[in-house]
Design a protein around this ligand. Structure first.
Ligand code: FPP
Length: 233
């Protein structure tokens, strides 16, 4: 959800105003996803690197997260949104973590949109955590190292059970992955828009989906003649 700071700076406002406006985009984009039939939406809300921001910005982001949860859980239940998180939850402030746990439990029966917030999340940290868990199983004698496959790693990531993303939308024109879902994005289509996150709305989501739909996804295979390729498979 990049560009909150720039959106605020363009107006001569403090960065937190940009984050506040950015949290409004979350609901609009989640609704547009449901209308478009998207079943999984994962938002990068707070990275492991974001702790290095000034203390008042970090505290402001935690406050916005808590406010979002207390205001939106009823709407999530009305619309069928199931909330989950990825990241090192145990390092979040107690109040935010408890509010999250409650929201996750209160929305656990929903199945229309899986809304995942990446919080205190880093792609490298996720892989490190998975490798630690796998190493623990090897040491305990419950996993044979020879049997470790890419599925084993996927099954030990925070995203276990979730499909890999089809589309990554990067706002504010950034051309980097920035430690997001490093393993899961292997074959994901990337759409970069110059729109800043607070200005990103349903029309931008539709444009991103249209761009995605025009791509030929090859997953590393040669598809020069798709008819032959599919009749052989
Ligand atoms: C990146 O913009 C955005 C963040 C680090 C925080 C995103 C958080 C929210 C939108 C609000 C809280 C979350 C929820 C789910 C309600 P930036 O500050 O890096 O912007 P810049 O690149 O323009 O400086």
């Amino acid at each position: 959800m990049d560009g909150n700071g720039r959106w605020a700076r363009e107006r001569g406002w403090p960065r937190l105003k940009g984050h506040e406006q950015g949290s409004q985009s979350v609901e609009k984009v989640a609704n547009a996803c449901m209308d478009a039939g998207v079943e999984y939406l994962t938002l990068y809300a707070f990275s492991t690197e974001n702790w290095k921001r000034p203390a008042h910005e970090v505290a402001g982001l935690m406050f916005l997260l808590e406010r979002f949860l207390s205001e939106k859980v009823a709407m999530m239940n009305e619309k069928g949104v199931r909330l989950s998180t990825i990241g090192r939850m145990h390092e979040l402030p107690d109040a935010a973590r408890k509010r999250l746990e409650r929201a996750i439990s209160e929305t656990s029966h929903n199945n229309r949109l899986n809304l995942t917030l990446a919080l205190n999340y880093g792609g490298r940290e996720e892989i490190v955590d998975a490798v630690r868990a796998i190493a623990g199983e090897v040491r305990a004698g419950t996993l044979d190292p020879v049997k470790i496959s890419s599925e084993t790693l996927s099954d030990h990531l925070y995203t276990r059970g979730m499909p890999d993303p089809d589309l990554l939308i990067r706002t504010s024109g950034e051309m980097r992955i920035s430690n997001f879902l490093l393993w899961q994005l292997s074959y994901t289509e990337i759409h970069v828009t110059r729109k800043l996150w607070p200005d990103f709305g349903p029309a931008d989501l539709h444009a991103a989906i249209a761009d995605y739909s025009s791509r030929e996804r090859r997953f590393g295979e040669a598809h020069e003649n798709p008819i032959t390729a599919s009749s052989n498979s």
